[in-house]
Design a protein around this ligand. Sequence first.
Ligand code: ATP
Ligand code: MG
Length: 569
Amino acid sequence: MRMSNMLISTLREIPKEAEIPSHQLMLRAGMMKKMASGVYNFMPLGLRVIKKIENIVREEMDNAGAQEFLASAVIPSELWKESGRWEVFGPEMFKLKDRNEREFCLGPTHEEVFTDIARNEINSYKQLPLNLYQIQTKYRDERRPRFGVMRSREFIMKDAYSFDKDNKGLDISYNKMYEAYKKIFTRCELEYSCVEADSGAMGGAGSAEFMVKSAIGEDEVVFCSSCDYAANVEKATATPEISEEEEMMELKKVETPNVRTIEELVKFFSTTSKKFAKTLIYRADDRVIGVMVRGDREVNEIKVSNAIGGAVEFEMADVETVKQATNAQVGFAGPIGIKVDELLVDEEVKNMYNFIVGGNETGYHYVNVNYGRDFEGKVGDFRKVVEGEKCPRCGKPITIARGIEVGHIFKLGTKYSESMGATFIDEDGSPKPLIMGCYGIGVNRTMAAVIEQHYDENGVVWPLSVAPYHVVVVPAVYKKEEQMKAAEEIYNKLKELGIEVLLDDRKERAGVKFKDADLIGIPVRITVGKRISDGEVEFKLRSGKEPDVIKVEDVVSKVKEVLDKCSIK
Ligand code: ATP
Ligand code: MG
């Protein structure tokens, strides 16, 4: 491609709205343009990267035995009503009506559509297993679109859905996707981890996220410092801390005027926050839920929501609800005599001795409280794991890092096939619900994540596998005929060999061309300058510091050598 013919619009300034490197560089390199909040148009260079990633995804999905498909993005509401998600999805769904007032949405995801296809097309166990995927645009009216295409309102997703006759089959399908994802992200040269993820109120089934470690990531990931345990903080567990054993002492109610917060209590009782258990009150639809964790811990709301079987609306209770549940002002909630529909007790609290809790009476606390003797509840893991706690597998300290979720694989089981009646006839002649899995990759987010891990102060440093072009040939002084001619020749030769090459034949100064080549991140730059009169050109890798001077006749073999390293022609 001749750059004089290309729609390319690089920017020297960092656009104000862009906070993170990938967003800044995608705008500065002119890969995409913003049209509205969270809505972007991809320009030719950016689109080439998107297509490269799509093709890596496509190849690995095909290798794993999945079949490409393309569903409509416009989905009738009836399907969502069948699964019960028309309301549940909430304002994140873009809804619309046709001229006859029939309701539709722009698909935020396609479980319903693929379940519908499966129930129409699959009749017998003989047609199983089946894995269908598509690479398609998704629409989500995100509450906070940000960081460019990291979290946009329109984005390209590869979504796949597997159908099996039993759980053993699902395990195989799931593992094939797991392996395919590893290959995909490795080929994109991402440093990633596969972490255990929360699988929601359905529980147990299994789900993993592919996380790219990055300081700007929106997810927190727990890693063990010693073994390979890794989990999303939403799901992560740690070995509970065991309190030192003590003789149980007599329960007492103590007057604690104006002492409400843990800090105030620590001062008042001159002890540590580990000697307290706090009781938080939540509203889960029309239920009121109490949750107890040790004074220095935080509640993990996802674990709580899962433990109570999920809720459409789940939030901290309002002041009135707290007053009703505790018979007291806010700040004095405790487990003894509390009026809640369910009381969840973190396992660490169960193991504590003679601790302090709110008195369910304004201005009072109980001391010498012990689980089992003074109160009971549903014991489980309801706390947020923190750095330094013990790994649940090996007991070594855990660390917490930020990550970008680029992919997600999920064992759905029969959630959709049951609600939507997607059955098949098994070998024994009886109808059974299809066992499903779903598997997503965010293509644009993957592109942004690649940049987050591959850039320097001059711009993007694309890995060869996803670079928009592999080579750029730059005549240093366009007015010098000798340089232009030699550059043209090199360009033509490389093009004939099927190499993805740009010729920067724009009427610009060499400095501008070099800056642009660096900014857009082309892996190999060949500069034709003064030395051409001696039959020499400069050969520079974007990832390297200094250029090499090579003979013109060696250009092809040098380029091939670089591309071969990455097994690209
Ligand atoms: P998140 O927690 O980041 O909102 P999600 O759990 O909603 O993600 P999924 O429904 O599992 O995401 O979608 C599959 C993949 O699609 C994600 O792993 C991510 O790569 C991508 N993705 C999801 N939402 C967006 C978005 N708003 N913009 C860009 N990519 C997205
Ligand atoms: Mg989301």
